[in-house]
Design a protein around this ligand. Structure first.
Ligand code: GDP
Length: 360
């Protein structure tokens, strides 16, 4: 039988077969592939710095990869991009499903692009981590913005823990900034813990609300209101306009109940209609005012530094936890200790001590 000619890695790449899909059929291929991945990361950096969207996409895919062999490459990519990062304004946008987040981001993004900006939109979608379904990603969203060459839209990595998605989003921010995006929007659904994660990676946090603030606050937790740098009441159009104005006043009153923030910024309220493209410019003005005040009093830089510290500790905690609970010895001993607890033969504290003292 004639020996089948294997396509070279270069050909595979030309054919659109990604590095991760290249099968390691013999040791030479393995070595070649390893070199190739490294080379790819190097060229990726160059192309990302040129603002090449395809390279940015591939870079984010590398960062999101669960393949352990890619981790080193991803880290080197981040390291190389880091000196070119940090130059954007990072804006978090949250609100319950249906409040109009994607409609708003489309209007807002297009407005910013009309000012000559480059806008990247990243999403953190807790639903995709829990149910593997997606509140943010399953519909056709931001159709216009997607087509714009000055926009980049990336749905969240799915099937990951929130911590995992958050970490990857932070790394994606760095890549987007290196690619020259000057406004990065991080979108999330305002129903869970994800706002806290988003809040700790953005400069400005915008909460979108519907009319009828009332007592129930539409399921939005008090903590989210407290995190907001501005609350915009969306769908302020048609019959809803009057109610939106009333809701604005109500939210203003609520915001004044909170103590002054260390940023010295008094959170603002606004009304807008994402659908009719109204009030969008005003929200950008609010964000600019925030940047001016917090740059002058140095809060802006201080906050970014604090965020870096927070993520350092967070990453260590996650890693330690993962190492601990994935250790086969721990898995076995944990079962045993749970059994003992159930039979009242030990206490949770003694059991914890036994587990923590267990050698690797
Ligand atoms: P998301 O789930 O928060 O992303 O919300 P969408 O952007 O998908 O919007 C949900 C629905 O509200 C869609 O039918 C939109 O057309 C509508 N919508 C969004 N913004 C506005 C607005 O400003 N005014 C009105 N009347 N409808 C809006």
């Amino acid at each position: 039988m004639a020996k089948q000619i294997k396509p070279t890695s270069a050909l595979k790449e030309q054919q659109g077969i990604s590095q991760s899909e290249i099968t390691n059929q013999d040791s030479i291929d393995v070595i070649k592939n390893k070199r190739k991945v490294q080379l790819q990361a190097k060229t990726l950096v160059k192309d990302i710095l040129k603002g090449n969207i395809a390279a940015l996409s591939r870079g984010i895919t590398l960062v999101e990869s669960k393949n352990k062999a890619h981790l080193k490459e991803a880290n080197s990519l981040i390291k190389k991009c880091l000196p070119y990062a940090n130059n954007s304004i990072r804006i978090g946008i949250t609100g319950v499903p249906g409040v109009g987040k994607s409609t708003f981001i489309e209007a807002f993004g297009n407005y910013l692009i009309s000012l000559g900006k480059k806008v990247a939109v990243l999403a953190i979608d807790p639903s995709s981590t829990i149910s593997k379904g997606s509140i943010l990603g399953d519909k056709t969203r931001m159709e216009d913005l997607v087509k714009n060459p000055n926009a980049f839209i990336r749905p969240s990595a799915s099937g990951e823990s929130l911590g995992g998605v958050a970490r990857k989003t932070r790394e994606s921010i760095i890549l987007c900034e290196a690619a020259g995006f000057d406004v990065i929007i991080i979108e999330t659904v305002g129903v869970g813990q994800s706002e806290t994660a988003v809040h700790s990676m953005v400069d400005f946090f915008l909460l979108l609300q519907l009319t009828g603030a009332g007592d129930e606050l539409q399921g939005i937790k008090r903590g989210i209101i407290e995190m907001a740098d501005a609350i915009a009441i969306n769908k302020a159009d048609g019959d809803n306009l009057k109610r939106a104005k009333l809701a604005k006043v109500e939210f203003e009153r609520i915001l004044h109940l909170y103590p002054e923030k260390s940023s010295q910024w008094q959170p603002k309220t606004a009304i807008c209609s994402a659908l009719k493209n109204e009030g969008i410019e005003n929200i950008w003005k609010i964000i600019q005012a925030y940047i001016q005040i917090t740059s002058e009093n140095n809060f802006f830089n201080k906050k970014r530094k604090e965020q870096n510290k927070f993520w350092l500790i967070q990453t260590i905690e996650n890693q330690l936890k993962m190492n601990f609970f994935n250790n086969p010895k721990i898995i076995k001993e944990l079962q045993k200790q749970i059994g003992l607890i159930e039979n009242n033969e030990t206490t949770p504290f003694v059991a914890a001590e036994v587990l923590l003292k267990l050698k690797k």
